[in-house]
Design a protein around this ligand. Sequence first.
Ligand code: AMP
Length: 448
Amino acid sequence: MARLPAMPNSLRAPRGTRDILPADRVVWARVEGAARELAARYGYREIETPLFEQSAVFERGVGEVTDIVEKELFRVSPSRGEERERWALRPEATAGIVRAYVEHGLHTLPQPIRLSLVGPMFRYDRPQAGRYRQFWQWDVEAIGDPGPAIDAEIIELGLAFYRATGLVDVEAKLNTIGDAACRPAYVESLRAFYEAHRSGLPEAELRRLGANPLRLLDSKEPALVALNRDAPKLADHLCDPCAEHFSAVLRHLDALGVRYRLAPEIVRGLDYYTRTTFEYFRPGAEGQQDALGGGGRYDGLVELLGGRPTPAIGYALGIDRVVAAVQALEANASETTGGATGAAPAGPLAVVVGADPADTVTRLTLATELRAAGLPARADLTTRKLGKQLESAARDGAHFAAILGDGGDGQIQLRDLPAGTQRAVPAADVVRELERAARTHRHGTDAG
Ligand code: AMP
């Protein structure tokens, strides 16, 4: 939609954010609806957490030496009173959900507890295609089950979601990053490897090397991408329990017929992951900005946030990128079929219009009656002429116009706007007539 040229920049939506206008919201609602429906079907119950938390929740729960906390945390600093606290907008859902799990003692409920959250996340990153400062994720977490079967359940759930949205070619890339028993030795061999190549490492990566050499494995720096091909592989350093866990995850996935690819570069950006890690991609779209989602096991996080040691696994799927892919797919399909496939926002079943422009009382009253009967209806509440009211109702996609005459004959003209036909019905029968029309309308047999 065209922007007002006179609008000053200072009033526009902030960089990296977007308005989702009604025409696009239809696709969003469909995608979110698929997530919610699957969450319910798989027994993942909805949870909501605050959009902001004390920064410490993310500093601890995501990890201090991560891009998310180092560079992208959207800090909030209110300027008044109590608000000396340090807050940040949530960059992801897991830390907040685990904070809630600990704070409310959810370990006393039957375990594992399966949770689902669809909502906006915030990262103060450089905005670019597919990377926003406010974006949406569908997050699921299963807390209190060491796996491996639940690892497979969650990986398969993600794929079921992409399939439900029409993205049937999405694949899971899968890895394991070991645990506290075997990862330290691996991290040391990784450190030694990078130390031997120190001269080729950019400044920022050198700093990371001190804190967490694992982070260099998924670096976007071209020099590192090349170097990483020769880096030691965790698969060669796994302890027996981690190796068994991973092979059991694969066994469950094989039994489910899930397609996956082993991908040693999937180490995830967050410190708290253990064992299973995975990301979702479409073949051919596998760059950093293309990941459609990712997740993993985080057996240490509950304890890190003050709970007792509790195993857990979850994922976060990027809704924005799924919507973009679905819209691209539908645009392609409509190009090849020559028709539109995307559903427009549904218009009302009926708009109440009237020959007496000033009589908004009768129009509003009838519309309210129709709505009380469960019918999607509205009245034209302006005082423009009948012709203009009808024109506007048709443009809005209304199926019927209920036309109030100016005589007191108790008759209402019911006009089928697309068909251009019209008949008189007694005012007392309008609700019944429209209910009948709504039924046939819904069943797609309204042509006659
Ligand atoms: P992450 O936890 O960073 O792996 O994020 C999980 C998923 O969320 C990614 O695979 C993306 O699909 C999506 N995502 C992450 N950051 C952004 C962003 N800044 N803008 C849009 N989508 C994002």
